[in-house]
Structure formats: structure tokens, C-alpha cells
Write a protein that binds this ligand. Structure first.
Ligand SMILES: [Zn+2]
Length: 339
């Protein structure tokens, strides 16, 4: 081979590698702010709350001294118009379908927001983009959208009395699983006194994973990244045994089910759910009647106290004397999950 063709074929294989790398990226950044991919985090990447560091713009128990949960990332604005308003393009993080739009900011502290539905490795997953100034024309429920396609423009909309200040302009970005597709019915039956303006896309029915961790792990593992594995290996807070052989979560998230030969032989009488600090059932283990001790509808099998003290904002359970008990939020989560 002459030197030119060596270089030519090297360039070709590099381009093929780039193409492959791009194709294998399950999730793209929702804005042009690439500082989000810096594992050490920075002011450039995240907009913290007023008077607090960038850290308060990340996912987890990072507000009110750890007691309050922030379900997403507040990705800082990069482009502004002459009035200082954010103009960053907001793009779908993956191929998907528009699941829900809220275009009446007064109805949500998320202001204008879009929820996209994605089907990845057998998992139904929902990305959410909030505080938008506007949604792109043609973005309507049911519309198919390509990964990286612009769906909106960043903004500062919210229904809170205090508006989001210009200097804090950001995209609030979440990655969620939906707890129950019959949520709207559950809400009408169990919380008739409170309005539900968003049907199944009520915040109570969405349960998130940390988008920053996900993006960093994808960056680290490249083509070896698996969303399924990422979810199954979320840190465990507790295990709860739920009676019953069939409920929406175990049906919709079959991919999270593990094998249990005894239950397969004897029949499934319940499920052991591994919950994260914010209540995500990240692993589902079928159990036979012979493997279930309690008669209660739900029973707590184990709790990792160090995980609980690391994340004090979950409010799912507490220890009364020597006994672990579900708090109202934990009880409600299991009620919705099994409704
Ligand atoms: Zn936020």
C-alpha cells in the first residue's frame, strides 16, 4: 500500500468508528452545554439555587440541608438574546414519541414542559424538559422525534410566586420511569380533594434516576453502556415484599425481572422489590408462596441504613424501636405501584 492509501484507510476507519460511537450513544445531551460531561461538575454545567453552589442544581437530596429532593438536573443556559433571555435549543435526548406537553405554565412549577417516551432495551423510559420558553411548532402528543431533534427553547417559566431569575436560567431535565398507567384513576379515587391537571404525568407518578450519573456512565463505558444494567445496579435502599402476582410495574418493566426457579415451578405469589432511596423498584424478584413469610400486603424485608443516611430526603421508611415502618410516602408509592 502506498502511504496515501494507508492514511486514506486510517481516515476511513476513524470515520466509521465515529459513526459507530454516535450510533451507540443511547442518550444525547439535551442542550449544547457539554460541561455537563465533566465528572467533577462545575458552575458552567449546573445552575445552583440562589446563594448555593452548582451542586444544588444536580439530582438528589441536595436542597434544604438534604431534606428536599431535586428530581433532575438544572443545566445552565449558554446563549441569550439582547434582553438576556435564554435562547438555547432544547433537544430530545433519544429517539422517541412526544408523550405529554404542558403549555399552561400556571398549572405547574415546571412551567411549560415536554415529556418524551423512549423504548430502550425493553424499558419504557420518559425524559422531561421543563421551564421552557416555547415548544417547537409541530411538537405534539404522539409525534415521533429523532434523537437530537430540537423540541423547544430554554426559558424561565414556572408557576411559583418567585420567578426564576435570568442569571439562573436553566433547563430542568429528568429521566423517569412511570409508576402506573392507571395513575389518573388512582388519583381521582384517593386524592379527590387535590386537582390533577396532568393525568398520568403528575409528578407523583414519575420516578427518576440521576441523569448526570447516566450520562457519565455512558461516556465512560461507550458501546458497553446498557440502560438496563444501569438501572438494575442503582444503589439499594431496601427490599419490600409485595403480595400479588400481577400489577402494572411488573408487567411494564418485565425487563427488570430476575429468574427464580422455585417461583417458576410453584407459581408466583408475590414480588420482592429492590427500591432505591427515592423509591424506584430497580430489581424485581418473583417469589413463590412457600418463600413468603408475612401475610401483610407489603412487608419490609431489609434496609441499608447507610444508604438511608446518605439520602435523607426519600421519606419512604423509618425505624420505630427495632422495627422498620413505611412512612406515608412509602405507603402511597406502593399503593400507586400496585393499583
Ligand atoms: Zn430543577
Amino acid at each position: 500500500m502506498n502511504p496515501h492509501s494507508v492514511i486514506f484507510s486510517a481516515v476511513l476507519s476513524f470515520l466509521a468508528f465515529l459513526g459507530e460511537a454516535a450510533a451507540s450513544q443511547l442518550f444525547q445531551l439535551p442542550t449544547a452545554n457539554r460541561a455537563v460531561l465533566d465528572p467533577s461538575g462545575s458552575e458552567k454545567a449546573f445552575a445552583g439555587t440562589t446563594g448555593h453552589s452548582w451542586n444544588s442544581g444536580t439530582f438528589g437530596c441536595i436542597r434544604s440541608g438534604g431534606g428536599k429532593f431535586h428530581e433532575g438536573l438544572d443545566i445552565r443556559c449558554m446563549e441569550r438574546n439582547r434582553q438576556g433571555e435564554p435562547t438555547d435549543a432544547v433537544r430530545s435526548t433519544a429517539d422517541g414519541t412526544v408523550a405529554y406537553l404542558n403549555t399552561r405554565p400556571s398549572l405547574s412549577n415546571y412551567g411549560n414542559y415536554v415529556v418524551m417516551r423512549h423504548s430502550i432495551e425493553g424499558l419504557e423510559i420518559y425524559s422531561l424538559y421543563a421551564h421552557l420558553s416555547s415548544i417547537q411548532p409541530g411538537i405534539e402528543t404522539g409525534r415521533r422525534v429523532k434523537s437530537g431533534e430540537q423540541i423547544a427553547i430554554m426559558g424561565r417559566t414556572a408557576n411559583t410566586r418567585e420567578v426564576i431569575p435570568k442569571e439562573r436560567a436553566h433547563l430542568h431535565f429528568e429521566i423517569n420511569l412511570v409508576i402506573n398507567e392507571r395513575y389518573a384513576l388512582w388519583h381521582a379515587k384517593n386524592m379527590p380533594e387535590s386537582r390533577n391537571d396532568h393525568g398520568n404525568f403528575n409528578g407523583r407518578n414519575l420516578i427518576g434516576i440521576d441523569p448526570w450519573k447516566l450520562l457519565l456512565e455512558q461516556q465512560r463505558l461507550g458501546t458497553n453502556f446498557s440502560l438496563l444494567r444501569h438501572i438494575q445496579t442503582q444503589p439499594e435502599l431496601c427490599r419490600v415484599l409485595v403480595q400479588g402476582s400481577d400489577f402494572p410495574w411488573v408487567r411494564r418493566y418485565r425487563a427488570l425481572r430476575e429468574r427464580n426457579p422455585i417461583a417458576e415451578r410453584e407459581g408466583i405469589a408475590g414480588y420482592e422489590l429492590v427500591l432505591t432511596f427515592n423509591g424506584l423498584p430497580c430489581r424485581i424478584i418473583p417469589r413463590a408462596a412457600s418463600q413468603i413469610q408475612s401475610k401483610a400486603k407489603y412487608s419490609i424485608l431489609s434496609v441499608r441504613s447507610e444508604e438511608l443516611s446518605k439520602h435523607p430526603c426519600g421519606h419512604l421508611l423509618f425505624k420505630r424501636g427495632q422495627i422498620w415502618t413505611l412512612l406515608p410516602a412509602g405507603e402511597r408509592l406502593l399503593n400507586i405501584l400496585t393499583f
